[in-house]
Design a protein around this ligand. Sequence first.
Ligand SMILES: Cc1cc2nc3c(=O)[nH]c(=O)nc-3n(C[C@H](O)[C@H](O)[C@H](O)COP(=O)(O)OP(=O)(O)OC[C@H]3O[C@@H](n4cnc5c(N)ncnc54)[C@H](O)[C@@H]3O)c2cc1C
Length: 423
Amino acid sequence: MSGSFSVAGSRVDYGSHRLHPNTDPRVLADLQGLLGDDLQLRPRNGRLHVGDAWVGFPLRALDLARRLPPGLLARIGLDSLTRPLRRRVPGNYAEALRGSLGPALYESLYEPFAQKLWGLPGAGLDVEQARRRVTADTPWKIAAKMLRRGHGNGQGQVFRYPVRGFGQIAETLADAAVDAGTDLRLDTNVTSVEVLDDRVRLTTDTGATLSAPQLFTTIPLPVLARITTPQPPAGALHASAGLRFRAMLLVYVVHDGRPWTAYDAHYVPDPSTPVTRVSEPANYRESRHDPADSTVLCFEIPCSLDDEVWHASDDDLAALAADTVSRLGLPTLRVVGVETRRLRRVYPIYTTGYQRHLEGIDSWADELPRVTTFGRLGMFVHDNSHHAIAMAYDAVEALGDEGFDSAAWAAARRRFAGHVVED
Ligand SMILES: Cc1cc2nc3c(=O)[nH]c(=O)nc-3n(C[C@H](O)[C@H](O)[C@H](O)COP(=O)(O)OP(=O)(O)OC[C@H]3O[C@@H](n4cnc5c(N)ncnc54)[C@H](O)[C@@H]3O)c2cc1C
């Protein structure tokens, strides 16, 4: 998901990606060492559509006060004052955020986003979803965060991004691994995993077998459970079928001229379009490699595999993109090309009570000797790339001369529970 590829001579990502400032310092130091000046420090310059207004994103206090409809601003203020009256243990995402942020902010932003991102109303999502996704959970905390930003401490105002697209991070890490002796096989599907007494044996779709004393895997956890012997207990395997993932359709529109806008990304909670975000990758970097006379826009459409939009033609998707920008009052597209990418598993969906479906295979995988599962789909967690990389560091550190240190890995897993996703 954090790779890049070229469309009409411009490097693009699988949706808007940036390296966030809260990257673990040891990971950041290594990436800086490997990428050098190619890893640029950039100011964030996004916009969020609320009501009928565009406000700067990340949110800025003065901008909000100037641009938000006064009625909405007053309701948000009133909700903050009445927060103590809403204190009760929340049963789901909607109750958690209505309670902490207040109904006005929840209904204008978080509920419509939830519906589009995960395909469910907030009442159908687990409380854990609110914790994983919303760092500042009261209007006062949001205001404090905005004011801190005003004093320029950098968090949330800047990000890092490689000159050749976000995927340059993974490519550079891969090159370093190969230089260090790694045998890297891309486009190779693992079809079975056998845990033996002294090693783990993999079979791939090319019919090759590979074996090693320890397996580190980021294969989606329910898939790992299906292809591994010994199998999880039947009940756990059956329950894991209830784990759901949201798919993502990415529409890349090549626009004649550059830039399309000065912004890096537009965030769109509006229910009138399935698009959640429009990004312009060339605005994420200063790069002499980018074409001078065209730019590519990426439209993110979270969906299910049985949604009509998942099967739509490129022409229909270009029309949807054009309709979306016109509804939002954004500059007209001068379309000279369209490409699409379809990712089947992007967001783990935390439906209410999802833990019941997860806990059986999670503890099976945790106790499986010689196998360590991590990463976004390997743990069924919402995470950023820097979290996935930090997990890999911890996994490798747990592997000592004496074998795999399960206690160190268990402690690392407890730390991962504190990861919160940044947008
Ligand atoms: C739209 C979007 C925006 C995002 N924005 C950001 C951002 O701004 N900043 C940020 O840090 N992160 C961002 N992320 C999150 C980031 O992309 C992920 O956290 C990261 O890519 C997770 O890495 P991973 O290796 O765990 O999972 P993945 O990238 O999903 O990698 C898992 C790999 O396993 C492979 N695989 C699956 N099954 C098999 C099999 N049977 N055999 C062999 N291989 C298999 C898959 O093909 C895949 O390559 C974003 C994600 C999305 C979708």
